[in-house]
Design a binder for this molecule. Structure first.
Ligand code: HEM
Length: 300
């Protein structure tokens, strides 16, 4: 039996940090495994102190460590073109720290960086936060249709018997919003961009829901007509001059989330999600968060 990293589904935390690392090409697998096994111990001790740490490996690092991944797992590839694109900025390792207090989260992110210091170079460390009643900085509630943790676990974790069982694929994107331009739209137009009402997140009536609204683009069905679902843990970041959304989306099959993103950029039909007129994905990467047991076994 395998189990997912518990931090993925620990909800209700208000303070977040996302760190990205590159692992030195000169570091040998044994050395990296020792550092990551230290990280597994750090995850346990920090969880006892109130901060959850989730770790994900890029495809190259997973291969170097011979960590089994789902069949379609790969590095992120650029989607779209020019200003309407999500450029690939793949790194080797992601650490997502979250908790209820900024002090605990700071301590845990420092502990994580120290644990990896011998093998990895930190390339970014962004703090993020829950904004009001779980709203995106545009002012819209983010998460209305997100499955609850238990269902999220069923949706986003690889089943027993499959490669990467107990793990989950994670899309991490840093979206920078043009809040001045978005907020200059009147509220009914803002609602047409998202496809939901602003105060209370009610889906717009089908008769008035535009083809290029965000929810029109990302709601997709499989061959049996079942809605394709992912589990989202996105959080706002930034300050009064540069701000946006750290998108964190989990899935058991990379294609599910990649197809949503392709729909946002109009890859199949040329219709792009209006959200991308007001926000740019400055960084995008795919990571595999292996099961708890895989993390613990790395150095054995
Ligand atoms: C600037 C970036 C983004 C913003 C501001 C944003 C915001 C929102 C908002 C406000 C909602 C409606 C409330 C909810 O159900 O959560 C929503 C829904 C959703 N978003 Fe996004 N989102 C962004 C990027 C993405 C990306 C990159 C994906 C997937 C690749 C995605 C997938 C979804 C899904 C699956 C839903 C639920 C749709 C439904 O079932 O009705 N979003 N988003």
């Amino acid at each position: 039996m395998t189990s997912p990293q518990p931090g993925i589904f620990a909800e209700g935390t208000s303070t977040h940090r996302v760190q990205k690392y590159d692992i030195a090409s000169s570091a040998d697998a044994e050395h990296i495994r020792a550092a990551l096994s230290g990280l597994a111990a750090t995850i346990e001790s920090q969880s006892d102190r109130g901060a959850e740490i989730v770790v994900g490996f890029g495809a190259d690092l997973a291969q170097r460590l011979t960590v089994e991944t789902p069949a379609d797992f790969r590095s992120f590839e650029t989607i779209g073109q020019g200003v309407r694109s999500a450029p690939a900025t793949q790194h080797d390792l992601i650490i997502w720290v979250h908790g209820t207090g900024p002090g605990d989260v700071f301590d845990a992110s420092l502990a994580a960086r120290r644990t990896l210091a011998d093998v990895g170079e930190i390339v970014s460390d962004i703090s993020a936060f829950v904004y009001h009643d779980s709203r995106d900085l545009t002012g819209f509630i983010d998460g209305t249709e997100n499955p609850a943790a238990e269902e999220g676990c069923e949706i986003a974790v690889v089943d027993e018997g499959l490669p990467g069982a107990g793990g989950s694929i994670l899309l991490v994107q840093r979206w920078v919003h043009d809040l001045d331009t978005f907020h200059a739209l009147d509220v009914p137009d803002q609602e047409r961009v998202i496809g939901r009402t602003k105060p209370d997140s009610v889906e717009l009536d089908e008769a008035v829901l535009p083809d290029d609204a965000h929810i029109t683009r990302v709601v997709m069905e499989d061959d049996d007509g079942e809605e394709i679902e992912i589990y989202r843990r996105s959080v706002p970041f930034g300050n009064s001059t540069e701000a946006g959304l750290m998108f964190l989306g989990f899935t058991d099959e990379l294609a599910k989330i990649d197809n949503m993103l392709r729909e946002m950029y109009g890859v199949s039909d040329g219709v792009h999600d209006r959200v991308i007129d007001f926000s740019q994905a400055r960084s995008s990467g795919y990571y595999f968060a292996p099961s708890k047991e895989t993390l613990h076994r790395l150095n054995k």
